[in-house]
Ligand binder design. Structure first.
Ligand code: FAD
Length: 491
């Protein structure tokens, strides 16, 4: 296949760029090494649309954070992705912290963050009654918000796909060669495509992709952040994003609601060698417990339902995003070092990359049939009684609850499997429907979800995976079909 633009990496950066470019008459592909989109940092982060006060003034981070924050509400509305403008507080426990708050405030002013103020601890406790009595003052930023990072990424990809972008999963780029006026791009499984332009949005592997293309070298250092997620029971303990003062390693541990009504604490910050190690550790959980209780002492940690981690792609050379047309290789754009606030910045990064391509000579003619809207049926759990009755009358599969914790129906799971970016694993279905995200973490619904996935795709049950190749759910049958009249049973 010959494309005008190939984007490597279907995280929120690649997805936002693809969706932005889908407005134009271009042949575009997004290639992703995972079995689903949102396989990297975009599936496991704090989900905060940051206000933008903690980025150094004059950096891409500051510029795109503030611009992206301003764009996010309307983007989420177009794509039907949850978005809650709940504001954020940075806490000060000591006079030294208060000096730091003032610095953040001044930075925010320089960066163009709207409506910030420094408030007393009592003001903060009136809004957030569970906040520590030790809090002396807070930096209040009402423009901060929360969203769902993987849903945003999936929605961007779905909207791009509906507007003609090819989303190629399980496509791990292994070689990039520039022949005359096109890039030849080869995948690990032997697939080959070509493109006039390549955009490198490969997250923690962006330095490796740049090296494959022969670009001037840079280094990405992986930095892990662990989280603990609490049950909805704890959902009312905080109603805004609660930060502690930032550290040299990042924005510090925060306690925040999620758009789905849970609460989480995290992230830790640990530099790693391994770019794939998303394990969680006892020491990480202990650190989170300590830090989270400094902010919210009566957080009930027995309500933790799961832990997870994400890997930040930190650029070694400078504390900023690296977004530029390569100076050494033709028609190659790096979108690298996209650590936090990359989620908040994604819509603005997409506009900047569009301009880089246009300035580099790519003709951008608008498509008359571009649709910015993503069709998405309201989740059953959010329907009122009348809507539920109508949904069931229209499609009886709405009457079958598969995930009891999150009230996810068979109709929604089937829809995810047949969506514009089809779900092909248990985790892909989970991220599209929330089946398995509740208190039992898939204990009850996973076998049913597996059966539905196998039935709808024609896969054998043994081919069903949790998140793609190598993550099979069953390893074989413990009894042969029909032997001695016994039922087929899977191990
Ligand atoms: C712990 C943590 C907390 C964070 N909190 C926030 C926050 O609250 N707010 C915020 O704004 N930002 C936050 N961020 C940052 C944000 O998550 C990232 O900036 C954003 O997700 C980066 O998106 P991306 O698309 O650049 O990278 P990724 O999401 O990592 O996507 C890169 C994709 O490239 C694919 N890929 C890699 N190599 C290849 C290859 N060879 N071939 C094909 N595909 C390949 C990967 O599989 C991956 O899917 C946080 C990050 C972390 C880790």
């Amino acid at each position: 296949m010959q494309y005008d633009v190939v984007i490597i990496g279907a995280g929120v950066s690649g997805a936002a760029i693809a969706r932005e470019l889908s407005r134009y008459q271009l042949a575009i592909a997004v290639v992703e090494k995972g079995s689903d989109v949102a396989s990297g940092a975009s599936k496991a982060n704090s989900a905060i649309v940051h206000a933008g006060y903690d980025c150094d003034p004059g950096t891409f981070m500051a510029r795109f954070n503030v611009q992206g924050n301003a764009m996010m509400a309307s983007l989420c509305a177009e794509l039907q992705v949850p978005y809650k403008p709940i504001g954020s507080m940075v806490l000060a426990f000591s006079p030294e912290d208060e000096v730091h708050l003032e610095k953040l405030y001044q930075q925010g002013i320089q960066n163009g963050v709207p409506d910030m103020s420094i408030q007393t601890g009592d003001w903060a406790r009136e809004r957030e009654p569970h906040l520590s009595p030790e809090v002396q003052s807070v930096l209040w930023a009402p423009s901060a918000a929360i969203t769902c990072p993987y849903e945003l990424t999936i929605a961007l990809c779905e909207n791009a796909a509906v507007n003609g972008v090819s989303i190629l999963t399980d496509f791990e780029v292994r070689s990039l060669q520039r022949d005359k006026d096109a890039w030849q791009i080869s995948a690990a499984d032997g697939r080959k495509i070509s493109a006039s332009w390549v955009i490198n949005a490969a997250g923690v592997y962006a330095d490796c992709i740049n090296a494959l293309a022969g670009g001037a070298p840079f280094t990405i250092c992986p930095r892990k952040g662990e989280y603990m997620l609490l049950d909805r029971k704890e959902g009312t303990v905080v109603s805004t994003v609660i930060f502690q003062p930032p550290t040299a390693m990042g924005k510090g541990v925060l306690v925040s609601p999620t758009v789905d009504g849970n609460v989480f604490a995290g992230p830790t910050a640990l530099d790693m060698q391994d770019r794939e190690d998303t394990s969680t550790t006892q020491s990480g959980m202990d650190a989170l417990t300590r830090c989270a209780r400094l902010s919210v002492p009566d957080l009930h940690l027995y309500n933790v339902i799961t832990s997870f981690s994400g890997i930040r792609a930190v650029l070694k050379e400078k504390h900023d995003f690296l977004i530029e047309r390569s100076g050494t290789v033709e028609n190659f754009v790096n979108v690298a070092g996209i650590c936090s606030p990359g989620l908040s910045s994604a819509p603005a990064i997409a506009l900047y990359v569009r301009d880089l391509l246009r300035d580099g000579g790519l003709p951008l003619r608008e498509r008359p049939d571009f649709s910015p809207h993503r069709e998405h049926t309201k989740p059953f759990r959010h329907m009122n009684r009348k809507e539920k009755a109508e949904a069931i009358a229209h499609n009886p599969l709405y009457g079958r609850i598969i995930c009891r914790c999150e009230t996810v129906t068979e109709a929604e799971i089937v829809a995810a499997i047949h969506s514009p970016v089809p779900a092909r694993s248990i985790d892909a279905i989970k991220r599209r429907t929330r089946a398995g995200m509740g208190r039992c973490q898939g204990g009850f619904c996973s076998p049913r979800v597996m059966e539905i996935l196998a039935r709808e795709t024609g896969m054998d049950l043994q081919e069903v995976t949790k998140f793609g190749k190598g993550s099979w759910m069953v390893c074989g049958k413990i009894k042969e079909d029909g032997r001695n009249g016994e039922d087929q049973t899977h191990a």
